[in-house]
Write a protein that binds this ligand. Structure first.
Ligand code: KG4
Ligand code: ZN
Length: 358
């Protein structure tokens, strides 16, 4: 079974081909960094126009890298939510057009499920598994019970983790894209202990015995520190120290919230090889991976983190999620509507301050 996957929900125009032997035959990602850099964040209208301009050639490149013709596909999957509506519609309509012209199934994929199932593509992880999903738009702890079956145990009450990295980076004068650049700058710290003492930061929610998150207080504390720094150009040493303190604190918060999830998971699911999966763009962060790995080991659990090329948005995760659906016989109708909000666990209560992030 060979599936083409298309991803256009945010600022990556991506297409990839995977097969049911868990092989990635191609994975083409065009990032729109340059287009959005001057604005310091993603501009939806600019993103949609860029997807429109580049998607055809990205799909052609994905097929050519995979050495396949369009007629050899068994299905075509596209991200149909959650995300920016303009981009979603462009990817979805292209996939529907290919599906109807080739007479093959169309698969409407939830972007979050793409991140969630990547661990099965890369490491063949069996259900059920515990999952920390950390991206620019979402921060959740869930149990993946089966394809399409997710239980949300915790979510953010305000900002998402990636959003907090990006906003804090901006406050520190670190250029877009904030998350990965902040990680690079934090590596310049000379004395980690001194940096943590110099810039104390709160660890929101860590006193709560649940799996919820809150990041807006952490961002505000970063702002307060930045405002106290000397006027004028910020000293690179101060920024490296503050970036380090922020990253270490954010990673501690994520690990603390996961620990509650781990205890509950081990109690409720008698899994023989319990696994903690971390996924979404923020999962690329090495400090976060290290802290989660240490935590998982304490509970004799395995940590599964995606390789860098699959942690951020990509078409392979969408193709794989589509493949998982198709081999169970689930397909989507050609009148499927794109969904800017599409929770993985439709039974979970929406959170007020979190909006689409819940
Ligand atoms: O999953 P993703 O690529 O897009 C969404 O679905 O949102 O996640 C993007 C987020 C951004 O907030 C970005 O700054 C963050 O992931 N990110 C990182 C790192 N790489 C990407 N955050 C912290 N450290 C990183 N190395
Ligand atoms: Zn994503």
């Amino acid at each position: 079974m060979i599936i083409l996957g298309i991803e256009t929900s945010c600022d990556e125009t991506a297409a990839a081909v995977v097969n049911d032997k868990r092989e990635i035959l191609s994975n083409v990602v065009l990032s729109q960094l340059k287009e959005h850099e001057v604005y310091g964040g993603v501009v939806p209208e600019i993103a949609a126009r860029a997807h429109m301009e580049h998607l055809d050639s990205i799909i052609k490149a994905a097929l050519s890298d995979a050495k396949l013709t369009i007629g050899e596909l068994d299905g075509v999957a596209a991200t149909c939510g959650p995300g920016l509506i303009g981009g979603l519609m462009i990817g979805m309509m292209s996939a529907k057009a290919i599906a109807s012209s080739q007479g093959i199934p169309f698969l409407a994929v939830n972007h979050l499920e793409g991140h969630a199932l990547t661990a099965r593509l890369t490491d063949n992880i069996k259900f059920p598994y515990l999952m920390l999903l950390v991206s620019g738009g979402h921060t959740q702890i869930l149990v993946a019970e089966d394809v399409g079956v997710y239980k949300r145990w915790g979510t953010t009450l305000d900002d998402a983790a990636g959003e907090c990295f990006d906003k804090s980076a901006k406050l520190m004068g670190i250029p877009y894209p904030g998350g990965p650049n902040l990680e690079k700058i934090a590596k310049n710290v000379e004395n980690p202990v001194a940096a943590l003492n110099k810039y104390p930061l709160p660890k929101p929610m860590t006193q709560h015995k649940n799996c919820d998150f809150s990041f807006s207080g952490l961002k505000t504390a970063v702002r307060n520190h930045v405002e106290k720094l000397p006027e004028g150009d910020l000293d690179p040493k101060d920024i490296a120290d503050l970036a380090f303190a922020f990253q270490d604190t954010a990673a501690d918060v994520l690990a603390d919230r996961c620990e509650h999830g781990i205890k509950r998971f081990l109690e409720e699911y008698k899994s023989r090889s319990p696994t903690l999966v971390v996924c979404g763009g923020v999962s690329a962060n090495q400090t976060i991976q290290l802290k989660l790995d240490k935590l998982a080991q304490t509970y004799s659990m395995k940590l599964c983190a995606p390789p860098l090329e699959l942690s951020g948005d990509n078409g392979a995760m969408i193709a794989w999620a589509g493949l998982e659906h198709l081999r169970l016989g689930y397909t989507s109708a050609l009148d499927f509507k794109a969904r800017p909000r599409w929770p993985l666990d439709g039974t979970a209560e929406p959170r007020h301050g979190a909006g689409v992030k819940a």
